[in-house]
Design a protein around this ligand. Sequence first.
Ligand SMILES: [Zn+2]
Length: 231
Amino acid sequence: MHTNRKAQFNLLLFLSLLIAILGSCDHQQKKQEKAKNASADDPLEILMHGNSHFAELKPEHPDEDLNRLKEVSKDQHPIAVIVSCSDSRVSPELIFDQGIGDLFVIRTAGNIIGNLELGSIEYAVEHLGVKLIVVLGHESCGAVQAYLKGGDAPGHIRDIVDSLKEESEIQNTALNDQNRLDKCVIANIIHGVNKIENQDGIVHEKILKKELQVIGARYDLENYKVQIVKQ
Ligand SMILES: [Zn+2]
């Protein structure tokens, strides 16, 4: 009798555990499906979702197989323009966990945006129908550090430093700020967003029609996360 009761108790315990596990799997699956659906047509959500995979060291490496290569061999439909720093640790496809044909990437040291970069942005907006532009700066940017160091930069590096020097957003940062480097990194990102938004022509028209969004983001080298700093 005693043994039977114990067996019954164990069976009940097993069943409740099973129900709890199945319930949790179902919940997890629903959560994943929801995340997938929510991001299905919002490029910013797709990027942030991809970055969360990357930051958790669980990248999915989508769109890298033979099918994808064949699919994009005739045509491209990237979901976003990323204007990022050339820094070797800030690779947009990797940190947003995207693949071939997903991102239209423009890179310069310090994510400086001049006329050539604006031309590339306009091409992506007008001809490829991109609806999101991300200006992506990062923690401890070498270009911003070179500007803060002052002095004479050699060769064309001077052009980068001079360009940063002219940014009113950087000029408006407090000189005695303990965290000046990061404040200037963010100011430089905001400058990039403002510069794109204030261009006449196709980009401006699309922004007015709410068909195009420009955002600023900062990548953290320590926690691998992208944080939106201007939206
Ligand atoms: Zn940089």
